[in-house]
Design a protein around this ligand. Structure first.
Ligand code: B1M
Length: 217
C-alpha cells in the first residue's frame, strides 16, 4: 500500500494534478483498481476527520473532493468496462438538500460496469425530479444517496412520492454514509447498500436478472 501514499497525500492536500498523476501511475504499475479506490476513500476519510476536529474547513474539503473526482475519472474506464448490453435502466441522484456526489458517482460507475444503463440526475434532487426522470427513461431502479444525517431524512418523503406516482414496478435502493439497513427498511426502500460494490449485488437482487434479451422495460 505504500506505493499509494502519494495518491492519498495528494487527495488530502487537494492537489488534483498530483492525484491524477499518482492514480495513472498506480494503474500503470498494475495495482488493482479497487485497491486504488480504497486508498482514495481513506484519504477523504482523513479529510472528514480533520474537518470534524476543526483542523480544516469546507473550502479544503471541497478541493480534496475535486482531487478525488479527478483521480476517480482515471479509474472510471476500468471500473465501468463491460461492453454488455444493458439489462436494466437506473436513475440515480443525491437526495434533496445534499450536494455530496462522489459516492453516488461511484455507485453509478459500478452499476454501469455491471451492465445497467444509468441516468445520473445529479445532486440536490427533488422528489418530483426523481419521478420525472424515472418516467421519462422507463427506469427499473431508482438510487438515492445521502451523506448527511439531516438530508437522509428527505429520503422518506422522496420514496413516498415515488410510490404515490405509480411508476409501475420500480425498485428503490438507498445508501450513503449515515444510512443503515434498518433506516432503509423503515422508510420503505426496497434495498440498501453500504458501499458501491454491494450496490451492484443489491441492485441485481431487487430488479432480478433478465436473460431474455429484452433490455430495459
Ligand atoms: Co461534507 N460532510 N459537508 N462535504 N463531507 C461529510 C459527509 C461529514 C461526515 C464530514 C465530517 O463531519 N466528518 C459531515 C456529515 C456529518 C453528518 O451529517 N453525519 C459533512 C458535513 C457536515 C458537510 C456540510 C454540512 C459542511 C458545512 O457546510 N458546514 C456541507 C453540507 C453540504 C450539503 O450537502 N448540503 C458539506 C459539504 C461538503 C463539500 C461540498 C465541501 C464536499 C462534497 C463535494 C462533493 O461530493 N462533490 C464534502 C466532502 C468531500 C465530505 C467528506 C470529506 C467526503 C465525502 C465523500 O465523498 N466520501 C465527508 C467525510 C467522509 O465521508 N469521510 C463529508 C467518499 C465517498 C466514496 O464515500 O460518499 O460515503 P461516500 O459513498 C460510499 C458509501 O456511502 C456508499 O457507497 C459509496 C462508495 O463505497 N454510497 C451508496 C453512497 N451513496 C450510495 C447510494 C447507494 C448505495 C451506496 O444506493 C443508491
Amino acid at each position: 500500500m505504500s506505493d499509494l501514499a502519494g495518491l492519498r497525500a495528494a487527495i488530502v492536500a487537494g492537489d488534483q494534478v498530483t492525484a491524477v498523476r499518482e492514480a495513472q501511475a498506480a494503474l500503470g504499475r498494475g495495482t488493482d483498481p479497487q485497491t486504488i479506490l480504497d486508498a482514495m476513500t481513506q484519504a477523504l476519510d482523513v479529510v472528514g476527520d480533520r474537518f470534524q476536529c476543526g483542523e480544516l474547513f469546507v473550502p479544503e474539503m471541497l478541493i480534496s473532493a475535486r482531487a478525488m473526482k479527478g483521480s476517480l475519472a482515471v479509474l472510471e474506464p476500468v471500473l465501468a468496462a463491460s461492453g454488455i448490453r444493458p439489462e436494466h435502466r437506473a436513475v440515480i441522484g443525491s437526495v434533496n438538500g445534499d450536494v455530496h456526489d462522489i459516492g453516488k458517482n461511484l455507485v453509478a460507475m459500478m452499476w454501469r460496469g455491471a451492465s445497467f444503463e444509468v441516468i445520473d440526475i445529479g445532486v440536490n434532487v427533488a422528489p418530483k425530479r426523481f419521478i420525472e426522470a424515472a418516467r421519462e427513461h422507463a427506469a427499473d431502479l431508482i438510487g438515492i444517496s445521502a451523506l448527511l444525517s439531516t438530508t437522509m431524512l428527505n429520503m422518506k418523503p422522496t420514496i413516498a412520492a415515488i410510490r404515490a406516482a405509480e411508476l409501475g414496478d420500480v425498485k428503490v435502493i438507498v445508501g450513503g454514509a449515515p444510512v443503515t439497513a434498518e433506516f432503509a427498511s423503515s422508510i420503505g426502500a426496497d434495498g440498501f447498500a453500504p458501499d458501491a460494490a454491494a450496490a451492484v449485488e443489491v441492485a441485481r437482487a431487487v430488479v432480478g436478472s433478465r436473460r431474455d434479451g429484452a433490455g430495459p422495460r
